[in-house]
Write a protein that binds this ligand. Sequence first.
Ligand code: ZN
Ligand code: ZN
Length: 735
Amino acid sequence: MTMLISSSTLISPLHFLPNSDPPYNLLQSQPSLSLLSKCKNIQTLKQIHSQIIKTGLHNTQFALSKLIESCAVNPSGDLSYALSIFESMDEPNTLVWNTVIRGKSLSSAPMGAFDLYIRMLVSGAEPNSYTFPFVLKSCAKSGNTQEGKQVHGHVLKLGLDSDVFVHSSLINMYAQIGELYCARQVFDKSPLRDPVSYTALITGYVCRGCLEDAHKLFDEIPVKDVVSWNAMIAGYVQSGRFDEAIAFFQEMLRAEVTPNESTMLSVLSACAQSGNLELGRWVRSWVEENGLGTKLRVVNALIDMYAKCDDLETAWTLFEGLPQKNLISWNVMIGGYTHGSLYKEALCLFREMLELEVVPNDVTFLSVLPACAHLGALDYGKWIHAYINRNFSHLTNPALLTSLINMYAKCGDIEAAKQVFDRMETRSLASWNALISGLSMHGDANHALDLFLRMVHEGFRPDDITFVGVLSACTQAGLVDLGRKYINAMIEDYKISPKVPHYGCMIDLLGRAGLFDEAEALMDTMPMEPDGAIWGSLLAACKLHKKVEMAEKVANHLFELEPNNPGPYVLLSNIYAIAGRWDDVARVRTRLNDLGIKKVPGCTSIEIDSIVHEFLVGDKLHPQSNAIYEMVDEVDRLLALNGHVPDTSEVLYDMDEDWKEGALSHHSERLAIAYGLISTKPGTTIRIVKNLRVCGNCHSATKLISKIFNREIIARDRNRFHHFKDGQCSCMDQW
Ligand code: ZN
Ligand code: ZN
């Protein structure tokens, strides 16, 4: 008898015996079942299910397995619904078992697939080559080595290890759980040399950083496909070996293998991190020609690449042009601004992101907190800290906490930095380093050095960054003996070779203490050339100790090393001025003018109500300019009344930082302080950030201002913090 299933037969239910399905081709064309393949949501699926029950098809394994497959494997499906159908079946066949195992292996609880597999064995259904890839995948995903090995045993017993899918799944499982030796054994024992097995093993090597093994294996692949090339390129990018990644990519093109989206994402990441704008541009035109130019993941990678290669304009154009931005788009653009030192723009964009109700994540905060730190935007930084606490229940990411410590320290609130540090559950080396260097920036050498000892006591091994913090604490406080002790400990006990910053601290420390012979001897032992900063600190020491002849020698080095830096000319002219050698002062100034060197303008910023205001010397651009200058005059009047005599010699001869601009009371920090005085309540601490060193005149004026107005003034200059209070400064006038 020929059985025809037409729509009319739907009315009368069909009766099949379980496990005795009607011919496959008939079921295949059954209307309810063909609808399943087009089904997009669970509601329609449930309707189809009731249709299937009405027609009696639910008595067939085939119909139920199709139904289960639709619910279990589809992203729009419903695994628990699939499982409920599954549990209602008397004797599910292998196909049905395979489907639920597959569904479970794709879920967020993949180990459930292994449990189902055990039930399958117990029920007497025989696993086949479609069962194992998913069971093995679930073992890999949940990192269960023991279960994985057990399954491997079953595979061997059933003789399925020669199946190409099972074979590569085994290698993949071992590679993913880090059992590279087992992965290699499976690979070597089999004559199968399929591309998937090669790639699985290569990826395993790459993830464990064994790039050389990966490379060797890669060379053995007879026909290399795009996936194996991608594995190698991604591996080199992840290991930070960008040039090699790019070389691999170029070799891939020569081998005439067509790259795909994954290839280009890896290559763009390599370009971004190695600053290879030229190749980045080439990739852009390639993705555009190949129809990938509008893919969000690709555009995000392009934005990141342009931003990291300092082409922020193009990055912004791409970002703006995105019809739909995701969190990553915002993160790469904000991170790009911070990377390019456009800190205000980074904070603006972050604000905009929150206004659009895009929820930030740790990556976002790791970009905006350094921006706050650079700007000294304490209120904004505090607000972000509160936002994180409010919206993310438990703050544990050590990188984020370290970033908060940095932000507080650089914004002048060292107490808050200490609090964040004290409350950390798990501290990283970076968090210790952040607080040590924070304390040393604040001139608190005692606490910085105590913290260092505590860190060592708690079993952390200091690195070269720790020692920069420790040595600069010694330098700030003029602790020569301790400085010598620590640099020796670094070399002898910790086997860390000093780098330029370590030498810099020591030479600065020795120079300031007047130990010029020792400083020069140390410079002679340096395996690298001393940089401008080192010579510069030595020149400053010459000024401090009035060593004119030595200053001339040192300045000549600097003129050669940094021909466009006005700093050494200014310092040398000051040194001549102190010695009363006016002819030489004039000579240096003329030379400086002739060279036409532009100096960096002094700029001071102050944050009021989470907005950062910047002032240049003599700046009249601020909307409240009139009120600010009235306050500047008032400050000058009160300073004079309290016996402050502006050091006019500085106006005439000292060409220190703000040399050209004249009137001392209009130096940028004075404008910022005046603005702080008129826009905050009496008694509020004023925090300012200056891009250059504070001049001597402003330093002594600020001390007095702190007393007259009864305000604590915390100033960060290029090198360190000054806490002005009651007419004193924490730097004890040594800076
Ligand atoms: Zn000044
Ligand atoms: Zn000071």
